[in-house]
Design a protein. Structure first.
Length: 163
């Protein structure tokens, strides 16, 4: 019964918590609306999750989110300095990152993480060859950036989702 109402309880909890955080005040009406959204969003998106990935290491996921948040902050500063400074010093590049991942959801999550980090954007995720094409604003050593993406983001995601 509860599985039919809340097919993805963690997603429901996340939606409710995010609703509470972004609301300017906590009133019974806002909490009720957040609860309705927390039930409705997983129900309406159920077809998008035919084989939902299993979160195997939730504590490592929290650690990963902390590292990712810190990377976003430091990358913002780095990109701001690069854009304000002399543009001749930038070395933009397209980089092919070979993936060890074989789960489409986790690979898409990796592409999103790369795109959300300032200075890089995932251009394409080739699920035939399992290569992530990334554009970097400044990559004097493209292979070093590819290794960093694999070590800093892909490896933890593989451990978190056991894939």
């Amino acid at each position: 019964m509860i599985g039919r109402i809340l097919p993805r309880p963690l997603l429901s909890l996340t939606v409710l918590l995010l609703w509470v955080v972004i609301s300017s005040s906590v009133t019974p009406g806002l909490l009720l609306l957040g609860g309705v959204l927390a039930v409705a969003v997983p129900l309406l998106t159920r077809s998008f999750w035919p084989n939902p990935p299993r979160l195997v290491r939730p504590w490592q996921a929290l650690r990963f989110l902390g590292i990712f948040a810190a990377d976003i902050v430091t990358a913002n500063w780095r990109v701001a300095r690069q854009v304000i400074g002399p543009l001749q010093r930038l070395s933009p590049a397209f980089i092919e990152v070979p993936l060890d991942l074989r789960d489409p959801f986790v690979a898409t999550l990796l592409a999103s993480v790369v795109s959300l980090t300032p200075g890089t954007v995932a251009i394409d995720l080739d699920q035939q060859r399992w290569i992530l094409l990334v554009h970097a604003l400044d990559a004097p050593d493209p292979q070093a950036l590819a290794r960093a993406i694999k070590k800093r983001y892909e490896r933890p995601l593989r451990e978190i989702f056991a894939c």
